[in-house]
Design a protein around this ligand. Structure first.
Ligand code: MG
Length: 336
C-alpha cells in the first residue's frame, strides 16, 4: 500500500463565523491509499480550536509512513487499531481511516452503507449552516440557499433577535449551535423563546467542561440539547448521558468512521439521539459521513455546500436535501 498526502486550501462561499472565530478558507489534508490499482481517499480539515494544521497532520503521517505502508490489514478496523498504537492525532487517524474505508469498499465493489448492512431508503436530511454575521447578511445567506432545515450559529449579544429576524423569512426548521458561548441561565432563559420560534434543539450551549451547568440545563430547558465540544472521543459518549439528549459526532475529532460506528451504537444503547456533523470538509469527507446516514437521527453534512469550489466528486446533495450516492464502492470519492 502506498500513502500520499496533499494540502488543499478550500475556498468558502462566505466568511464563516462562529462564536469564537472567523475564516474565508479552510485548510484540509487529503490522504490517498493506493493498493492493487485502487485508490481510497480520506480527509481531515485543520482546526484552530483543536490546534491541528495541515503541516502537523502531514508530519505525523510522514513520520510513520513506512510502518503504515507495510502494515498488512484486512479490514479498516485492523488498520485503525494499528494507527491508534502509533499515537497519531485523531485528525491524522481520521484521514487515514476514511481513506482505508473508501479503498476497502472500492476493492469489494460495494458502498460502505451496504457493507454495514444498512438500508438507504430512509435517512435524515442535512441542515444548512448559517454562520454568525449581521442580521441582514444572515437573512441574505439563508434566502440564497432555500433549505428545509437551517443550523444557526449563535453566541452574539442579540441571539434571540437573530432567530426572530430569520423566522420572519422562512418556515424551515431551525437548529441552534452556540459553540459553548452561553451560560446555563441564558440557555434556560432562551429555550422557551427559541422553541416558540420553531427551534428543534440547541447544540453545545455551554463550555465543554461545564457539566454542572449542563445538568441544570437538562433539568430546566424546554428544548433538547446535543453535545458537540463535550463529546469528542469514544469515552465521552457515556459521560454525555444524563447531561445531554444527544451527541454530535465529528469524524475528525473521534478519529474516523471506525470509532464513529462504535459511538453510534453506544449512544443508541444509552438512549441518546445521534447526529454526525462536519468540519467544513470537501466532498471527500462529506461522502464518508453520508455512508452513515441510515444510522442517524440528525446530520450536519453541508461542508461541501459551503465551499465556492469543491475538490472531489462523491455523494451529491440535491436541492431540498435528497442525497444521491455514487456507484463506485467505498465512499465513492473521485478527485477532480
Ligand atoms: Mg457544533
Amino acid at each position: 500500500m502506498k500513502i500520499s498526502c496533499k494540502k488543499y486550501i478550500l475556498p468558502l462561499r462566505h466568511t464563516f463565523t462562529i462564536s469564537r472565530e472567523s475564516h474565508d478558507f479552510q485548510d484540509s489534508i487529503v490522504v490517498s491509499l493506493e493498493k492493487d490499482g485502487k485508490i481510497g481517499y480520506g480527509e481531515a480539515t485543520a482546526n484552530n480550536y483543536y490546534g491541528v494544521t495541515f503541516e502537523s497532520m502531514s508530519a505525523e503521517i510522514k513520520e510513520n509512513q513506512v510502518a503504515i505502508e507495510q502494515f498488512n490489514w484486512k479490514t479498516p478496523e485492523e488498520l485503525h487499531a494499528f494507527l491508534c498504537s502509533l499515537s497519531l492525532s485523531s485528525f491524522a487517524i481520521c484521514a487515514l481511516d476514511l481513506a482505508a474505508h473508501d479503498l476497502y469498499g472500492k476493492m469489494l465493489g460495494k458502498p460502505l452503507h451496504e457493507i454495514w448492512g444498512t438500508s438507504k431508503e430512509t435517512y435524515p436530511i442535512t441542515n444548512y449552516t448559517i454562520g454568525i454575521d449581521t442580521i441582514e447578511k444572515m437573512v441574505k445567506k439563508m434566502e440564497e440557499t432555500p433549505w428545509p432545515i437551517y443550523k444557526i450559529k449563535l453566541g452574539t449579544d442579540k441571539d434571540v433577535a437573530i432567530v426572530e429576524a430569520l423566522r420572519e423569512k422562512t418556515d424551515a426548521k431551525f437548529r441552534i449551535d452556540a459553540n459553548c458561548a452561553w451560560t446555563a441561565a441564558q440557555t434556560i432563559e432562551y429555550a422557551p423563546l427559541l422553541k416558540k420560534l420553531g427551534v428543534e434543539f440547541i447544540e453545545q450551549p455551554l463550555k465543554a467542561d461545564n457539566w454542572e451547568g449542563m445538568k441544570k440545563v437538562k433539568e430546566a430547558s424546554v428544548l433538547p440539547t446535543i453535545a458537540d465540544e463535550s463529546c469528542i472521543v469514544e469515552s465521552d459518549v457515556a459521560k454525555c448521558a444524563g447531561y445531554f439528549d444527544g451527541i454530535n459526532i465529528k469524524l475528525t475529532k473521534c478519529g474516523g468512521l471506525t470509532p464513529a460506528l462504535r459511538m453510534i451504537r453506544e449512544a443508541k444503547s444509552l438512549g441518546l439521539k445521534v447526529m454526525v456533523g462536519c468540519m467544513t470538509e470537501s466532498s471527500v469527507g462529506i461522502s464518508a459521513i453520508a455512508q452513515l446516514l441510515p444510522q442517524l437521527d440528525y446530520v450536519d453534512m453541508d461542508g461541501a455546500m459551503l465551499l465556492s469550489k469543491d475538490i472531489a466528486k462523491g455523494v451529491i446533495i440535491h436541492k431540498g436535501g435528497k442525497v444521491e450516492f455514487p456507484q463506485l464502492g467505498g465512499s465513492g470519492v473521485e478527485m477532480l
